[in-house]
Design a protein around this ligand. Sequence first.
Ligand SMILES: Nc1ncnc2c1ncn2[C@@H]1O[C@H](COP(=O)(O)OP(=O)(O)OP(=O)(O)O)[C@@H](O)[C@H]1O
Ligand SMILES: [Mg+2]
Length: 349
Amino acid sequence: MTVEDKIITALKTVNDPELHQDLVSLGMVDTVKLEGKNAFIKINLTTPACPMKAQIEKDVRTALSSLSELGTVTLEFGSQVRGSQKQAIPGIKNIIAVGSGKGGVGKSTVAANIAASLALEGADVGLLDADIYGPSQAKMFSVEGKRLMADEDKNMIPMKNYGVKIISIANLVEDGQALTWRGPILHGTLNQMLNQTLWGELDYLVVDLPPGTGDVQLSLTQLTTITGALIVTTPQDMALLDVKRAYTMLRKTHVPIFGLIENMAYYQLPDGSRDYIFGEGSAKAWAESEKLAVLGEIPINRSVRESGDAGKPIVLSNPDAPESLAFRKAARALAGYISVQNMMTLPVL
Ligand SMILES: Nc1ncnc2c1ncn2[C@@H]1O[C@H](COP(=O)(O)OP(=O)(O)OP(=O)(O)O)[C@@H](O)[C@H]1O
Ligand SMILES: [Mg+2]
């Protein structure tokens, strides 16, 4: 057996901790190269935001440590995001809708920071602001007031800032104008934003929805196949029926639910301890009862609002803040969840 073969055999003993299959069968081993005694190995993760990267690296090194003939092992991680089985919009691998039962829980803040976090990990990310009642992404990404350009075939060209391609309804119409729209115009505009826009190749398109269960949600599910939805809640609104209603509506339209993000979950004190201002555990309890995952718990802090208002999501303006670390952790958990979901519905490449 050649040393390369021995390396492959060793890698066959390493399982992806989330996908529960070995790296070789999953097609994640991209390169095995030997130079003298030293090996260069490249592993392609299923998302650049893989929450299990450190664990995989440790397991690979442990598996290879038994090969005494090996010198140094250089491990490189790349990524190849897997998409849902059939791309509803060519080039877009995953569409993530961010919704909530009621308004003001932080959907847009979560959508902006998740999109920015995924881009920070190296993913190709788009953000579509479909909130006709209060579009806020153009402001949060400092592209407010800019007019969208189109190519000669009238396809819109998204703007780009902080590594995220973005189109907000605010870039299409005057303030408040969309509020008077009836269903068909709304449907047409959403269609344009989804299907007549030069998004290019995207690993993730994040869609910021208006609150509740109105026309936009319905149109979106008619116009495309959403990979899944993220429901944003706060501890206070868990006591209300709205979130459960939104959840039921998504279930009825056959949109898979990735899980919950509990926003404003606690206030982190300077000594690192947590003050659960609005009570603790309500999201978790409901999620458990519905067999949903809580993919993130985001603290409340004025810096989250101030960053958004200043036109730069907090994960970018203050990357080391506890709130930023919580957003990035949530984005990785989401990306991991999506990888697993896609792997379960997709034959291995
Ligand atoms: N974790 C947080 N800490 C502090 N302020 C926050 C946090 N999350 C959101 N906010 C602030 O709360 C307000 C509402 O947030 P946001 O606009 O994201 O909510 P929304 O659910 O999108 O609202 P709408 O239903 O109006 O679209 C904003 O001022 C935002 O900056
Ligand atoms: Mg909003």
